[in-house]
Design a protein around this ligand. Structure first.
Ligand code: ME8
Length: 660
């Protein structure tokens, strides 16, 4: 087969602050499917994935877990059921895996940073602005949405420090031109978002170093500064090919990348900051960035902190890797958000895989066995006077490769699958139209027609099987075995040639490729597996011993517990521990409570929260300020460290409601 050239595709490099969930799996599967399709179509593919391991969030998480940041990320990346294990399980065919803590990458980033410093695009200044800790993003006041991070909606904190800046503003016009006048950023709808929200309001220079934590790549010419995690992360796409390092040597072959697949919230980094930095270094730009949508759960983005993540291991173990890969690509249009549910997954498996595809394969192979034994007779592929249904099926299947290719080239795997399933559905209808069981009643008169009908079904199945193989590699190998598709007729070239399958290849009815799922049983099993996983993930905790001394009921009833809403919260000056709360307690007069919980919460994170306070304690003075009551919280010890969680209630409960 002709070699069509190089194709370089990447996933985002994942942030190993927690185990990956089904949303991460979605993007990696989409990238894998595209990489496998390109290999099938004759490209020499480089498929890169990896992990983005620096930044304050990892430093904080490691501290919480009582291990070093390196140990922390090693466990999530290399450890059991970690990132690498997950990609192995999901049959991800990446050619390379980069970790941003790899020595070659660290050294390369230091060189890259220095180059931009030397060419004047990185300069030293003072950073005053807002910072979103969970997203590791800096924002200007004007970019905030209702005072919060425009990406995740969480509160931001003030940040001021000496820092290095990248002259992003210098590249605003060139980046705008790239987005507006080329097909660099896809889908097109994302272009307006970037231009209207970020470029046109004015691109400010970007802060690209930090001094407030150490878990990052050191700026080697200025101790104390570490490189901003996004600079470190974005250049992975090139360091993994050998840019500014000696570990690899594939840059000339594969750069510029053909496409970076990324989730929609990181399109800004990939379509504005990334091209601007490449422009600064006079490097070729990637050909495309594709911003896919999110998998939502109950309408919201999955995130570990919200506790609503879906574990891909559980789904793959329950339903099979291929069924899960297929579901992700079939159900959610790649550029849009989609609502995940277990019910939808089961429905897709039952409808598309067990019913449509599974039945086509099992009925066809069973009928070949029943009516002809091991194989169809020679000569069965030709039919002197094709009927309308023959012409329709053959026409639809023969043209399938072009329609599929068009969709895959447009990064629309869901559309490619639509096309394949039109042929599968047409083939099932063809069985009903020809009623092979009726033809088989008189083999002398109808045996030749029956063999031809079955040959057409095997051919249509073969063509669909090849085009489904990037989505479900293992199952399609089994399918090829069952329908007798030799190596030579599983190729890209053979997809477009009706009749490539040898007439007399042996056919074997095997086990069902996709058994039907019993909805109730499967949902119950999932629930049990999820509960088991949650239990296993709970850290060992030490609880305060429970008091044995009893309190009489009347005394207990004297304590007045009320729902309160946080109107304002600030740190008490000169106190490391105390936060001062201004609370709405439902009386119409603000209540002030001081609480020694600064170690556990930032004040701005608590504004708007609904808490519980005991309001009839005698007033107390602390650090010169009055406190009228006490906020309730839960405390325990984890790995020797004290933990505290304020009791938070549903926002719908009004201030002043009494707890009893
Ligand atoms: O962003 N649905 O890493 P990350 C779909 N380290 N996609 C989702 C998703 C969901 N529910 N949740 C997450 C980072 N993702 C950076 C990337 S690249 C130089 C650096 C996607 O682990 C998300 O949109 O937080 C992103 O594209 C990817 O998972 C990695 O997210």
């Amino acid at each position: 087969m002709e070699n069509k050239g190089k194709f370089y595709i990447t996933t985002p490099i994942y942030y190993p602050s927690d185990k990956l969930h089904i949303g991460h799996t979605y993007c990696t599967v989409a990238t894998d499917v595209t990489a496998r399709y390109k290999r099938l179509a004759g490209y020499d593919v480089m498929f890169l994935t990896g992990t983005d391991e620096h930044g304050q969030k990892i430093e904080d998480k490691a501290k919480e877990a009582g291990v070093s940041p390196q140990e922390f990320v090693d466990n999530i990346v290399e450890g059991p059921r970690g990132v690498k294990d997950l990609w192995k399980l999901m049959n991800i065919s990446n050619d390379r895996f980069i970790r941003t803590t790899d020595d070659y990458h660290v050294e390369a980033i230091q060189r890259i940073f220095k180059k931009m410093y030397d060419n004047g695009d990185i300069y030293k200044g003072k950073y005053v602005g807002k910072y979103c800790k969970p997203c590791e993003s800096f924002w200007t006041e004007t970019q905030l949405k209702d005072g919060c991070c425009p990406d995740c909606g969480r509160p931001v904190v003030d940040a001021e420090e000496e820092a290095y800046f990248f002259r992003l503003s210098k590249y605003a016009d060139r980046v705008r031109d790239l987005l507006v006048n080329t097909d660099f950023l896809q889908p097109r709808s994302r272009v307006n978002e970037m231009v209207n929200n970020f470029i046109d309001p004015g691109l400010e220079d970007l802060c690209v170093s930090r001094t407030s934590f150490t878990w990052g790549i050191p700026v080697d010419f200025d101790p104390g500064h570490v490189v901003y995690v996004w600079i470190d992360a974005l250049f992975n796409y090139m360091t993994a090919l050998g840019f500014e390092n000696e570990k690899y040597n594939d840059l000339a072959e594969y750069w510029p990348a053909d496409v970076h697949f990324v989730g929609k919230e990181i399109v800004r980094f990939h379509s504005i900051i990334w091209p601007a930095m490449l422009m600064s270094l006079d490097l070729p730009l990637p050909k495309h960035v594709f911003g896919h949508g999110w998998l939502l759960l109950d309408g919201g983005k999955m995130s570990k902190s919200k506790g609503n993540v879906v574990d891909p291991y559980i789904l793959a173990e329950q339903f099979g890797v291929d069924a899960l890969r297929f579901f992700l690509m079939r159900t959610f249009p790649f550029g849009s958000d989609g609502n995940f549910s277990n019910e939808l997954l089961i429905q897709t498996i039952n409808t598309d895989l067990a019913n449509d595809l599974g039945n086509l394969v099992s009925r066809t192979t069973a009928m070949v066995g029943k009516y002809f034994g091991e194989a169809l007779p020679a000569g069965c592929s030709a039919w002197a006077e094709p009927q309308d249904c023959d012409r329709e099926l053959i026409g639809l299947a023969s043209g399938l490769r072009d329609r599929y290719e068009e969709a895959m080239e447009a990064f629309a795997p869901h559309k490619a699958l639509d096309e394949v399933f039109k042929v599968i559905q047409r083939a099932n209808k063809y069985i009903d139209e020809n009623a092979p069981w009726a033809l088989a009643k008189d083999m002398d008169a109808n045996g030749a027609r029956l063999a031809h009908v079955l040959y057409n079904l095997l051919e249509a199945t073969r063509i669909c099987g090849i085009l489904l193989s990037p989505f479900m590699p293992e199952s399609m190998d089994k399918l090829f075995g069952q329908i007798g598709a030799c190596e030579g007729c599983r190729t890209w070239d053979s997809v477009a040639v009706w009749g490539s399958r040898s007439e007399t290849s042996p056919v074997t009815k095997g086990d069902a490729l996709f058994p039907r799922v019993d909805v109730d049983k499967a949902l119950a099993a999932l629930e049990a597996a999820e509960a088991e996983a949650k239990k296993a993930a709970l850290p060992p905790i030490e609880l305060e011993p429970q008091l044995t001394e009893q309190v009489d009921f009347d005394t207990f009833c004297k304590s007045d517990f009320r729902v309160v809403k946080v109107k304002a919260c600030e740190a008490v000056k000169k106190s490391e521990k105390l936060l001062k709360f201004t609370l709405d307690d439902g009386t119409g007069t603000d209540r002030q409570i001081l609480s020694g919980i600064h170690k556990f919460y930032e004040p701005e994170d608590l504004v708007g929260k609904t808490l519980v306070a005991i309001v009839n304690l005698p007033p107390r003075k602390m650090m010169g300020q009055m406190s009228n009551g006490m906020l309730l919280s839960a405390v325990h010890t984890e790995k020797g460290e004290e933990k505290l969680n304020l009791i938070m209630l549903d926002d719908s409960i009004p201030a002043g409601a009494k707890l009893c």
